[in-house]
Write a protein of this length. Structure first.
Lengths: 78, 216
C-alpha cells in the first residue's frame, strides 16, 4: 500500500510545513526515495516557498511611508 | 525628547486607547509595523503598484475612522488586512465590474484535483538570484497569474507569513479551504516557474563569479 504520486501531491504543503504525521512522513519519504518526479515537485515547491518569503520580493515602493504620512496628515490631522 | 522611546514601549492596545482619547498622532506608531502587510494585501488583488499604494492609503484612513469599532477580538494586523482586502475589492469592482470573481464563496473547481507537471529535476533557484530584478519580476509575474482565490491565500500565507487559522479568519473560509488553495497555489507557482528554471533563464553567468555555479 505504497503512496501514489497523487497522494503525495495532496500532502506537499503538509510535508513542507511540517504539519504531517510521522507515519505519513515516513510513507511519503519512502515514495520520494524512488520517485524522481515527486522529488522534483517537492524541491521546486520548497524552493519557491523560501524565495517568496524573502523580503526582497514585494517590497514597499520607495517613499511609501512618507507619502502615506502626508496623506494622513492632510486628511485626518489638518 | 524621550517620547520616541516611550512610544516604542507601548502595547498595541495602549496605543489604540490613547489614540481614541485624542493622541491621534500616535496612529503612525500603531500602523508602522503593518505598512508592508497592508500594501501586499492590496497588491494581491490589484497587481499594480500605484493602485495598491493608493488602496493601502485608503485602508489606513478607513481604519483610523473605524478604530473605535475595533474590539480586539482579532489581531489588529488581521483587522487591517481585512479592511485592505475590502478596499481592494471595491476598487476592483469599479475597474472590472463584469470580470469580478467573488472572494467570499468557494467557486466551482475547488474539489478538482490539480495535477502538477512533472518536468524532471528542479534546479534550485538560489536566494542570491533575488538580487536580480528580472528574477524578482519573474516570480511576481507568476504570482499575478495565479487565480485570484489562490493568489490571496498565497500572499497571506507565504509572503506575509500568516498562519492557516488567521488566513482562514481573514477570508471567512475554513482552514481546510485555506490548505487546499495553498497547495494548488504552490504547485501552480512551481509549474509556472519550471520552464524558466529548466532552460536556465534564472541562472546568469554574471551572477556567479569565476564560474562557481553549483546549481547547473
Amino acid at each position: 500500500m505504497a503512496m501514489t504520486c497523487k497522494e503525495v501531491w495532496r500532502e506537499v504543503s503538509n510535508y513542507i510545513d511540517n504539519t504531517i504525521s510521522p507515519d505519513m512522513r515516513h510513507e511519503l519519504e519512502l515514495h520520494l526515495s524512488y520517485c524522481r518526479h515527486c522529488t522534483a515537485i517537492i524541491d521546486g515547491v520548497r524552493n519557491i516557498v523560501v524565495l517568496v518569503a524573502d523580503g526582497r520580493l514585494f517590497s514597499l515602493p520607495a517613499g511609501f511611508s512618507a507619502r502615506l504620512r502626508a496623506r494622513l496628515d492632510k486628511e485626518l490631522f489638518s | 525628547m524621550g517620547g520616541v522611546a516611550i512610544r516604542v514601549m507601548l502595547s498595541e492596545s495602549e496605543l489604540i486607547r490613547r489614540i481614541l482619547s485624542g493622541e491621534r498622532e500616535l496612529y503612525y506608531d500603531l500602523i508602522a509595523p503593518y505598512e508592508r502587510m497592508v500594501y501586499i494585501s492590496a497588491m494581491s488583488l490589484l497587481h499594480n503598484e500605484t493602485e495598491a499604494e493608493d488602496c493601502a492609503q485608503d485602508a489606513f484612513l478607513k481604519a483610523f475612522c473605524h478604530l473605535p469599532e475595533f474590539k480586539g477580538e482579532s489581531k489588529f494586523g488581521s483587522w487591517l488586512v481585512r479592511i485592505a482586502l475590502n478596499e481592494a475589492k471595491m476598487k476592483l469592482r469599479k475597474m472590472r465590474a463584469d470580470l469580478y470573481d467573488s472572494l467570499d464563496k468557494a467557486t466551482e473547481g475547488e474539489d478538482d484535483e490539480y495535477v502538477p507537471q512533472t518536468l524532471g529535476d528542479w534546479r534550485e533557484i538560489p536566494s542570491e538570484a533575488l538580487e536580480r530584478k528580472e528574477v524578482r519580476e519573474l516570480l511576481q509575474k507568476a504570482v499575478d497569474k495565479l487565480p485570484e482565490r489562490y493568489r490571496i491565500v498565497f500572499m497571506l500565507r507565504e509572503v506575509q507569513g500568516l498562519d492557516v487559522a488567521i488566513t482562514a479568519q481573514i477570508l471567512g473560509v475554513s482552514k481546510a479551504v485555506v490548505k487546499t488553495r495553498l497547495v494548488r497555489a504552490r504547485l501552480q507557482m512551481k509549474d509556472m516557474l519550471a520552464p524558466a528554471v529548466k532552460n536556465g533563464r534564472l541562472f546568469s553567468r554574471h551572477l556567479f563569479k569565476k564560474g562557481k555555479n553549483p546549481w547547473l
